[in-house]
Design a protein around this ligand. Structure first.
Ligand code: FPP
Ligand code: MG
Ligand code: MG
Length: 356
């Protein structure tokens, strides 16, 4: 903890860069249909959330610019793998930088679209400390507002004029949908499996982060299969998983008023996440409850009792988040040292120690 606090503060470092971000994103999502504008803008004004994803994109953009001159740490051939090297001191304000910042906006728009749809699917009434879009308007408007944001994000994506990035980000969209359908339709036996849980978590959360990170490297001039692009993607993959595992822990340990969304919501949706899966490994009595998605009355209470009785389940879930956080940091350390890279190390720590 002490060590982490010596590193640059990730959110502070890009604060200035994210301010114009909020102003222009509101314009980008305005429509001649007032209700779409209002619903779409909702999460970019007061309720803009933690802005984790755009912060990651912005920091990664600076970190990969630093890679251009030095190549990979310990890799003398690094420079030859880069197609259009840019001087890191000219990066901020450059065309490359502008496109990477735009990618940050695209990622936040996709994320917000998925949250608006998610709250319809999950029948969750609150988000980011306020009413969910479907509560403010209706399910129908929420579906359309999410679609509208996706449409706007697609236009911005095309404007990047980089077909590889378009393909990567379109695949990220596909993954989000796969994750949701997997969560909805997994056969009972697979509900007990840790690897099904992790694959679903990859699809619904990590994919967007890891594809965004690879795209930042590509926009920065690094080749698709360069070690820089791969390190970026691996960082995003592990950070995304750490983020989701922590999210699932907070569903049990967090407080709705702090989270800004309902707590203890996953079991209501029939979902077993890391803490419950570890508890079910310890107490076989929990397994049928997991498989029937806590449908019988009293199931949720029983599951909670076992979870809190267990001395290892919650600790194992925390260790799992920690494992992925360490892997994420390992990937970062393959990039050359820079202020932005160190801020990303600290951000990884924030992800697994956050309370909301
Ligand atoms: C939040 O998970 C949900 C997601 C990360 C992805 C949702 C994706 C869709 C609804 C598919 C549609 C996709 C697009 C691109 C519109 P959660 O419900 O576990 O988290 P929560 O506690 O924040 O609600
Ligand atoms: Mg959901
Ligand atoms: Mg949800």
């Amino acid at each position: 903890d002490k060590f982490m606090k010596k590193l640059p503060e990730p959110f502070k470092l890009v604060e200035g860069e994210l301010q114009p971000f909020s102003d222009s994103i509101k314009e980008l999502v305005s429509s001649d249909q007032p209700v779409l504008s209002m619903a779409a803008k909702h999460f970019f004004e007061k309720r803009h959330g933690k802005r984790f994803r755009p912060t990651i994109v912005q920091l990664m953009a600076a970190a990969v610019a630093a890679s251009n001159v030095e190549g990979l740490a310990g890799d003398s051939s690094g420079a030859s793998k880069i197609s259009t090297p840019i001087n890191p001191s000219n990066h901020k304000g450059s065309e490359v930088w502008r496109r990477q910042a735009q990618l940050g906006q695209i990622v936040e728009m996709i994320h917000v679209a998925s949250l608006i749809h998610d709250d319809v699917l999950d029948e969750a009434d609150t988000r980011r400390g306020g009413e969910a879009v479907h509560k403010l308007y209706s399910n129908k408007v929420a579906v359309l507002a999410g679609d509208y944001l996706l449409a706007r994000a697609s236009v911005l994506l095309a404007r990047l004029e980089n077909t590889a990035v378009v393909q990567i980000m379109a695949t990220a969209l596909e993954s989000l949908v796969s994750g949701e359908i997997m969560q909805l339709k997994s056969p009972p036996e697979s509900l007990l499996q840790m690897d099904t849980y992790l694959r679903k978590s990859y699809y619904k959360t990590a994919s967007l982060v890891c594809y965004a990170c690879r795209s930042v490297a590509l926009l920065g001039g690094h080749a698709y299969n360069s070690e820089v692009a791969t390190a970026c993607e691996e960082f995003g993959y592990h950070l995304g998983l750490a983020y989701q595992v922590q999210d699932d822990i907070l569903d049990f340990t967090g407080v709705a008023s702090v989270l800004g969304k309902p707590a203890l919501a996953d079991m209501d949706l029939g979902l077993s996440t890391a803490p419950i899966l570890y508890a079910a490994q310890e107490y076989s009595a929990l397994r049928p409850l997991v498989m029937r998605r806590f449908k019988k009355s009293g199931d949720k209470q029983t599951a909670l009792e076992h979870l809190f009785k267990s001395e290892t389940a919650m600790k194992k879930a925390n260790d799992l988040a920690m494992f992925h956080a360490e892997k994420a940091i390992e990937a970062l350390l393959r990039l050359p040292e820079s202020e932005a890279r160190n801020a990303l190390v600290r951000l990884t720590w924030v992800v697994i120690t956050r309370k909301k």
